[in-house]
Structure formats: structure tokens, C-alpha cells
Design a protein around this ligand. Structure first.
Ligand SMILES: C[S@@+](CC[C@H](N)C(=O)[O-])C[C@H]1O[C@@H](n2cnc3c(N)ncnc32)[C@H](O)[C@@H]1O
Length: 440
């Protein structure tokens, strides 16, 4: 008989960067999911790793010890690792995210002139992109995020943070995958959605037979979704009939823009927050149609498919977008032409981390929206040649935002205004927009 997991009472001291409670057990740190500072929590120890213990908070021993505790909106919390803060009231989630960012900035000595109020909106049903694990367990196929503190796939029938259309696919998807001849050879499904129905990208390690294809075709027709097959890298992605995948699209209604993208390309996960952060970028640079905006020559670094470039151009600026992925640059050019903004925009493929990569000539404004690793090794060199006064930095990682803020500070810029955006409610992900201005 398997040994019952050990149980302890943990006094929770703080909430970590993942939204999990932190306690101590003797000499060891104990990380407890579903636990909040100030609470005594009956904790089931789940695993030990690199000297730390990880546990499940199964019962709070004194109700009301932390006023921000709420009943989770998701029945799979806290086992499913897709989210970590369903037990935290939404305002307190935002405060926690701001405090994580403030902690990173303070630790590196970066002063903040003004904090913008944290921005949050849609709390459930927001998620338009996801990579879900697939696992055959006996007769059952599981489709879901990884469980927290484990490598197992969570047993989901629905998901509160996926869009309702995507969530509704989970249960029938499990069923149809279970009927495939290669059910054990499907490790992953990715989901991408624009303003229409989701697209599913099914990674398979062995070929599907005719009956499999017919089943998937019937599933796609019944649920009004596109199923794409992926036998290798993204370049192998094709429709069930072998044809090339269609483009998806989303509107940026504030700017009268339609943005097209391929299902594998980067797009912001939460459309309401995407619109909010674009609004902040535009407002930080003088506002839509303003004289200041019309005079700007902007470099939009890490521009992807032009998600920020084109609103800036519509607002009046002339914008050069730079980006590593050649297919994203093609799409950005396509989107510029589609929206009549070809004359105010230019795009180029560039590895912005590469040695000697310089800024485009004549730019007086920088917009940066880098990956988690930050702006990269060229930031200081760019700032030595840059003659403008404004740098808007959109970040998905407070640690690299803070270390890049140090480079900006040492180059003569101060952080005039910064705020967090709740791009992934109920997770500990922190999205930030900061405006740096040159010190006079
Ligand atoms: C957070 S996304 C932002 C994309 C876009 N601004 C948006 O809002 O959709 C970061 C982008 O940086 C690009 N990227 C990653 N590494 C890069 C590099 N070394 N040089 C240039 N772009 C890079 C990625 O391909 C991705 O499009």
C-alpha cells in the first residue's frame, strides 16, 4: 500500500513570485499552494526538491486569518498548475503583482516617480493562447495544463480562464483523442484564437490513419473549429486535408485596425489587456493624433506582427518595426498594407541581441516589448546614440524590466510612470508598461 503523504501545520509568512505561500519546516523552506500570509494551513507534503519542500494547503485552520482569501472560481484549483492565485481576491492579486515589480526595482535602486493604478478587467474566460499537455492514462485521455509541483497533466473537463469557446472543446477533445489509433502518440495540443473560433494544433509523433482523419474532421465540423496537424516543427503544420493553415485575425477597434496572424505567431493572450496597454503606450507619447505624436519617429523594437507599431502609426507617428522572426515581419508588412499604413511604417528583420545591432537612423522615440529575457546586451549602446527623450518599455518579466531600468537610469533616464497590467489573471504573471524620460 502506498504510504500516506505526511501532513504538517504550516505558518505562512509570505507569498512568493509564483503566488504560493512560503513557510519554514525546521531548516527547510516549505512552499504551499493554496495558502496565504498570516494563515496556519494543514499542509500535505507532496515533494522535496533541491532542499525545498512543496505542499498542498488542504485546510486553513483559522478562518479569516487573511482577508483577501476567496473561494476559487475553478474546481481544479490548486491541483492544476495553469493558475496559482484563484484563492486570492482580484484586487489583492493586482497588489501582489505590483509589489513583486516594486521589490525588483527597489532591490536594484531604481526610483519610481509615479505608480499608475494597476489595470485589470476580464478575470475569467480571457485566455486566447495555450499549450496543453495530452496524456493517455488507461482508457482515458487527459488534456490540460501541467499539475503544480508535478509533471502530470491535469484532468480537466473545462477551464475557467480559457475563452468559453476553447474551454467547451476540452471534454469532446478528450473523447475524440481517445478514439485515435495513435492516442498514445499525441503529446501536446496548442490553442490559438483571434476574434473568431479557436484553432487547435495537434502535435503527433506517428502518422494518423484514414479513420483518425475522419474522426478529427467530424469533430472539427461538429464544434466549428479548425484542427491542424503538426508532425514535426511548426513548418509541418497543415489542415486535415493537407492544405496550408488559414490566417486568424483580431480587431484593434480603437484604431480601426484589423490584425492578421498565423496560429503559431506571437499574439498577446488577453485582448482586453492588450488594448489597455496599447492605449497606455499611445497616451505616454502624446496621445492619438496629437502634434507631438505626428512629429515622432519611433523605433518599435521586438515588434512581432505590428501589434503596437500599427496603432502608433494610426495615431500619427512614423514607425520602424524591428523583429527577429522573418515570418512576423512579413505579417507586419501585410498588416500595414491591409490597414493603409504602408507609408508611415517600415519593417526589418533584425536579431536585436546580436553584436553590433544598431538603432534605425533618425529615431527620436523608443518602444520596447522584448521577450522574458529583456532588451538584451545592446541597450546601453543604443542609448549612447539615441537623441530622443522618451522610452516606453512593455515587459512580461519584472526581473529583466528592473535590470534594464538600471541601464536606462545609468544612461540618464528616469522611470517617470510605471504600472502593472493583469494580462493573466489568477496567475502570478506580471505585465508592465513603464515610461522612461531623459533627465533634464
Ligand atoms: C513579447 S513579444 C512582443 C511582440 C509585439 N510587440 C506584440 O505586442 O505582439 C516579443 C517579440 O520579440 C521577438 N524576439 C525575441 N528575440 C528577439 C531578438 N533576439 N531580436 C529581435 N526580436 C526578438 C519575438 O519573436 C516576439 O515577437
Amino acid at each position: 500500500m502506498a504510504k500516506a503523504p505526511r501532513e504538517v501545520v504550516a505558518e505562512i509568512n509570505s507569498l512568493n513570485g509564483e503566488g504560493q505561500g512560503v513557510s519554514r519546516l525546521g531548516e527547510r523552506e516549505l512552499v504551499v499552494r493554496n495558502a496565504l500570509p498570516g494563515e496556519s494551513v494543514r499542509t500535505r507534503i507532496l515533494k522535496k526538491r533541491r532542499g525545498r519542500l512543496f505542499g498542498d494547503g488542504v485546510e486553513v485552520l483559522q478562518e479569516g486569518a487573511n482577508a483577501s482569501r476567496v473561494a476559487p472560481a475553478c474546481p481544479y484549483f490548486p491541483r492544476c498548475g495553469g493558475c496559482s492565485m484563484h484563492h486570492v481576491e482580484h484586487g489583492a492579486q493586482l497588489e501582489h503583482k505590483q509589489s513583486l515589480l516594486a521589490g525588483e526595482l527597489e532591490a536594484l535602486g531604481v526610483a519610481v516617480e509615479a505608480w499608475a493604478k494597476p489595470v485589470g478587467a476580464t478575470r475569467l474566460g480571457y485566455r486566447r493562447k495555450a499549450r496543453l499537455g495530452v496524456r493517455l492514462v488507461g482508457e482515458d485521455v487527459l488534456v490540460g495544463f501541467r499539475e503544480s509541483f508535478s509533471n502530470r497533466v491535469a484532468r480537466l473537463h473545462a477551464c475557467a480562464v480559457l475563452t468559453p469557446e476553447a474551454s467547451a472543446l476540452l471534454a469532446p477533445l478528450r473523447q475524440v483523442l481517445g478514439q485515435l489509433s495513435i492516442a498514445a502518440k499525441v503529446p501536446q495540443i496548442e490553442l490559438a484564437q483571434g476574434d473568431g473560433q479557436p484553432v487547435l494544433m495537434l502535435r503527433h509523433l506517428e502518422p494518423l490513419d484514414h479513420a483518425d482523419l475522419a474522426r478529427l474532421d467530424e469533430f472539427a465540423a461538429r464544434h466549428n473549429v479548425e484542427v491542424l496537424l503538426q508532425s514535426g516543427g511548426y513548418d509541418t503544420l497543415c489542415k486535415l486535408d493537407g492544405g496550408a493553415p488559414d490566417l486568424l485575425s483580431y480587431a484593434l477597434a480603437d484604431y480601426g485596425l484589423l490584425m492578421r496572424f498565423a496560429p503559431t505567431q506571437f499574439t498577446q493572450v488577453n485582448q482586453t489587456m492588450n488594448e489597455a496597454l496599447i492605449r497606455t503606450v499611445i497616451a505616454s507619447l502624446g496621445g492619438y493624433g496629437s502634434a507631438a505624436m505626428r512629429e515622432r519617429r519611433v523605433a518599435d523594437l521586438f515588434c512581432g506582427i505590428g501589434n503596437i507599431t500599427l496603432p502608433l502609426a494610426r495615431a500619427g507617428a512614423t514607425v520602424a518595426g524591428l523583429e527577429l522572426a522573418a515570418d512576423a515581419i512579413d505579417m507586419a508588412r501585410h498588416n500595414a498594407a491591409l490597414n493603409g499604413l504602408g507609408a508611415r511604417t517600415s519593417f526589418a528583420v533584425a536579431d536585436l541581441y546580436a553584436d553590433g545591432c544598431t538603432l534605425p537612423e533618425g529615431v527620436d522615440t523608443l518602444v520596447l516589448d522584448p521577450p522574458r529575457s529583456g532588451a538584451g546586451p545592446n541597450l546601453a549602446a543604443w542609448l549612447r546614440t539615441f537623441r530622443g527623450d522618451d522610452v516606453v518599455y512593455v515587459s512580461c518579466n519584472p526581473a529583466t524590466f528592473a535590470s534594464d531600468a538600471v541601464v536606462l537610469k545609468e544612461s540618464g533616464f528616469m522611470l517617470q510612470r510605471v504600472g502593472v497590467y493583469d494580462m493573466f489573471p489568477h496567475t502570478a504573471h506580471v505585465e508592465t508598461v513603464g515610461l522612461f524620460v531623459r533627465r533634464q
